[in-house]
Write a protein that binds this ligand. Structure first.
Ligand code: PEP
Ligand code: MN
Length: 364
């Protein structure tokens, strides 16, 4: 049976890195008691962007994982598959020696087709489940390519993990989710399960719930979340890790959508998710536009110019209407929107201006 079939949403949780036997045992004992958790993640080799940081405990950590698995079994807990990142064929060999069930190909490795090829050949025939994280750059083909390489060597279970993208304007995320990329992956590879990694997308725990909910609303298949007994003391990714209690709370608040309503339902969910995302972008754009209005107020005040400039307003409106026509948008609809936007811009500018005048009065 494929691990992914265990339950939906498929929840993978565990520390960013294994740091000590105590830390591992503490966090996994809590996770073992949470029925929603289907797999434990724990990094033992850590890809650090710059040298000098904590790079993971390697084989020693694998031994602790193997000991812990036996201990949990002896205590009567359900078997929990463990996964760690592998980046070289030697890592794969060690993972097999210590009996882990799954591995993930990290974002930096997915970006390198030579490494992916070497790894998949090393994994061939092991029976390991393979999770493929997207590469840092928002190129769905790199992600697909790594999945295809896994398939070419006949790996039995391949799961995509969406961990966000490294883009210039990250919108407050550590790695921008760019939901259109996993949506595209779903369109071109509909039979691949997609698990979202809110931890590496958000980069800070306050944002996890929102990202996790987006993933569920878009109909993705699971979540990978970093959990640590004392997140603020974590040796890697402390800001984004949560305690087991935090995980329980997050999962408790998650609104789960119906998962099996046939193709139409799946399509509808994707489209509604896209609408929500577009509205979110519209609001952010409006906020940026109003910020610029505030700046304009400052410049106008310096040059003693009136806030309302009728000629500018008339030409702006004409330009917007002609663009609207090109886009086949109803002119009255667009005019109404821009009248509202302009009125708000004037209001913001006046507010700024009277604020600035009060400041001047005070300093006089
Ligand atoms: C991780 O999962 O801890 C990790 C290093 O992730 P990524 O490869 O997505 O950066
Ligand atoms: Mn991490």
């Amino acid at each position: 049976m494929r691990l992914m079939d265990a339950q939906k949403p498929f929840i993978i949780a565990g520390p960013c890195s294994v740091e000590s036997r105590e830390q591992l045992n503490a966090v996994v004992s809590s996770l073992a008691q949470m029925p929603q958790v289907s797999m434990v993640r724990c990094g033992v080799w850590k890809p650090r962007t710059r040298p000098g940081g904590f790079e993971g405990l390697g084989e020693k950590a694998l031994r602790w994982i193997s000991d812990l698995t036996q201990k949990l079994r002896a205590e009567g807990f359900r078997p929990l598959p463990f996964a760690c990142e592998v980046a070289t064929p030697q890592h794969v060999e060690l993972v097999m020696r210590y009996g882990l069930s799954a591995v993930w190909i990290g974002a930096r490795t997915t970006a390198n087709p030579f490494m992916v090829q070497e790894l998949t050949e090393a994994i061939r025939g092991t029976g390991l489940t393979v999770l493929v994280k997207n590469a840092p750059s928002p190129d769905v083909r790199l992600w697909m390519g790594a999945i295809e390489r896994c398939r070419q060597v006949g790996l039995s279970e391949v799961i995509a993990v969406h961990r966000g993208f490294d883009v210039l304007k990250n919108g407050g995320y550590r790695n921008h989710p760019l939901w259109e990329v996993p949506i595209e992956l779903r369109r071109v590879m509909p039979d691949i399960s997609i698990v979202t990694d809110p931890s590496h997308i958000a980069g800070r725990r306050e944002l996890l719930q929102e990202v996790a909910q987006w993933a569920m609303d878009l109909g993705f298949d699971g979540l990978m979340l970093e959990v640590h007994p004392h997140p603020d003391e974590a040796l890697t990714d402390g800001r984004q890790q949560i305690t087991p209690e935090g995980l329980k709370e997050l999962l408790g608040k998650l609104v789960l959508r119906q998962t099996d309503g046939g193709i139409a339902d799946k399509e509808l969910r994707l489209m509604r998710g896209q609408i929500d995302r577009i509205d979110d972008q519209l609001l952010r754009l409006l906020a940026s536009r109003l910020e610029v209005s505030g700046e304009i107020a400052r410049v106008k005040a310096q040059s003693n110019l009136a806030v309302f400039q009728p000629k500018r307003w008339e030409s702006l409106l004409q330009q917007r209407l002609s663009t609207a026509e090109e886009l086949h948008l109803e002119p009255e609809f667009v005019k109404g929107i821009f009248e509202k936007i302009h009125a708000e811009s004037v209001r913001v500018q006046q507010e700024r201006l009277s604020g600035a005048e009060k400041d001047v009065e005070k300093s006089e």
